[in-house]
Write a protein that binds this ligand. Structure first.
Ligand SMILES: Nc1nc2c(ncn2[C@@H]2O[C@H](COP(=O)(O)OP(=O)(O)O)[C@@H](O)[C@H]2O)c(=O)[nH]1
Ligand SMILES: [Mg+2]
Length: 472
């Protein structure tokens, strides 16, 4: 080893120690990723989690809070100057103000830093006193994770897989008609490209509404400030021969590659690679309501989302992460307040079954995983009602559409998740022996006592799983 190498190594070593002293010993940072498909409940989850960490009267399941070791929690300016701040105050006012309503949907990545002053347990407590731990919460669309699947694919591979799927779906017919009328090897013309991209985006939007989850490229649904740009103006096409220079097909290939390099890669590099705890929110009840195909599709999407947490699967990702990985992954079925608590265990079992394949593989990669049924905000109360000679366990709330109070019985979830997952795998059109309803409730008006966060279901258990070990 030459002297310069040695000196270089030394300074790097000193720097590394300097970093680890300030970050690891004194002020550790937990980066918690919160993701899920659109409308899965990310915004509501983060808002309620933060409110319940600031006011800890309702989080007995978070041990550090139950043991009274969290001395203070406060919001801080977030450390990343280029990421929008999660609009906590606005969302909280929406949820808990005088006319409670659900927050507006957000369509890109945002971040918030919460700092906790925690007294350690046991031996360390006498030695080091109160520690400050930063919790950086990063909200990002699950759709963007699905794009990981594009990174190791060529345009031709992506296009043929996508077209296979489209062939089986009614809502894709407009796009397919347009595609058949287009010669991929014809000279590129922007109006044609835009027409195809628009028809393809319409298909993705319709597929999403119908409850399908495999709607990539993710930015076509959530374009943010990329709307209308060439990286989003492509669509799947196949041709017998290789693309000709100057052809529509060649341009589609080029834009697909640009999408990977300019949109997908920076997201994984700048946001995803730095996460160390992850919660994936899933609107399982919504999918069940939409029928077997939506459930099957959700299972696939879960598996695809999880492949982002198995870096070994993707050459692209292994290079990016260099062995760093997420330590804990929680799958949370949200909106459990639509069910009477007697059905919560069934929802958890369904969630476990839905993610089993995917979780087995993630476990293999060393991450600890769990499944929970939660409600970030409890919008209902429980009741029992006589119905056809028996007692029905229902929930009551204010209907979003009419503003009227109503009792709601969603249907009995099966005890054995296979009763849902088997017909889903078999590609059935409808549930044979059951009907699952869903209703939209408005958040309930609250009168919180001082020190109390908004009511929830098992949000504290979720927090304990995700960050509890780092607070001791
Ligand atoms: N009843 C109930 N509804 C919820 C809950 N969380 C989310 N929702 C519903 O799901 C919608 C989408 O939630 P949001 O957090 O905006 O989803 P995001 O798109 O993942 O950020 C909300 O507008 C509510 O209607 C919950 O805990 N209970
Ligand atoms: Mg949101």
């Amino acid at each position: 080893m030459g002297l310069t190498d040695w000196a270089d190594g030394l300074t790097r070593g000193v720097e590394a120690i300097g970093d680890s002293i300030s970050e690891t010993f004194f002020e550790p940072v937990i980066r918690l990723g919160v993701t899920g498909l659109a409308r899965s409940g990310k915004t509501v989850f983060i808002t309620s989690l933060v409110a319940n960490l600031l006011d800890r009267g309702r989080v007995p399941g978070l041990l550090a809070a139950a043991e009274g070791r969290i001395e203070a929690v406060y919001l801080q300016p977030q450390p990343d100057d280029t990421i929008p701040r999660f609009e906590y105050e606005t969302h909280l006012t929406a949820l808990t103000g005088p006319a409670p309503h659900w927050p507006d949907s957000t369509r890109s990545v945002s971040e918030l830093r919460l700092s906790l002053k925690v007294r350690p347990t046991g031996l360390l407590s006498g030695l080091s006193g109160v520690r400050t731990i930063h919790l950086d919460i990063v909200d990002y669309p699950g759709e963007w994770l699905l794009d990981l699947g594009l990174m190791d694919k060529s345009y031709a591979e992506w296009a043929s897989e996508t077209l296979d799927r489209l062939a089986r779906r009614d809502m894709a017919q407009d796009y397919l008609v347009r595609l058949r009328a287009t010669d991929p090897q014809a000279e590129h013309d922007e109006a044609t490209a835009q027409g195809l991209a628009q028809a393809f985006t319409d298909y993705l939007t319709a597929a999403r509404v119908a409850g399908f989850s495999d709607c990539t490229p993710g930015r076509f649904l959530l374009p943010g400030d990329l709307a209308g740009s060439p990286v989003l103006t492509f669509a799947p096409m196949v041709a017998e021969a290789a693309s000709k220079r100057g052809s529509l097909l060649r341009e589609m290939e080029r834009r697909f590659e640009a999408y990977k390099a300019r949109v997908v890669k920076p997201f994984f590099r700048d946001h995803f690679a730095r996460i160390d705890r992850q919660v994936i929110l899933v609107d399982a009840l919504g999918a069940i309501h939409n029928g077997p195909q939506a459930v099957e599709d959700l299972r696939h999407a879960m598996s695809d989302i999880l492949s982002a947490f198995r870096p070994g699967k993707s050459a692209f990702l292994s290079r990016l992460l260099l062995g760093q990985k997420v330590g804990k992954i929680l799958f949370a079925a949200t909106k459990a307040d639509h069910l009477h608590h007697t059905q919560h265990a069934r929802l958890t079992a369904i969630m476990e079954a839905l993610t089993r394949d995917a979780r087995d593989r993630a476990d293999f990669a060393g991450a600890q995983t769990a499944a929970l049924a939660i409600a970030s905000i409890r919008a209902t109360t429980e009741d029992t009602m006589p119905h056809e000679g028996r007692q029905l366990e229902v929930v009551r709330g204010t209907l979003l559409e009419t503003g009227k109070r109503a009792a709601f019985y969603p249907g009995a979830l099966p005890e054995d998740p296979a009763r849902l997952l088997s017909p889903a795998r078999a590609g059935e059109e409808k549930w044979l022996d059951a009907d699952y309803r869903i209703m939209s409730f408005a958040p309930a008006p609250l009168s919180l006592k001082p020190g109390e966060g908004p009511p929830h279901i098992r949000l504290d258990r979720a927090a304990q799983f995700l960050i509890g070990d780092r607070l001791s």
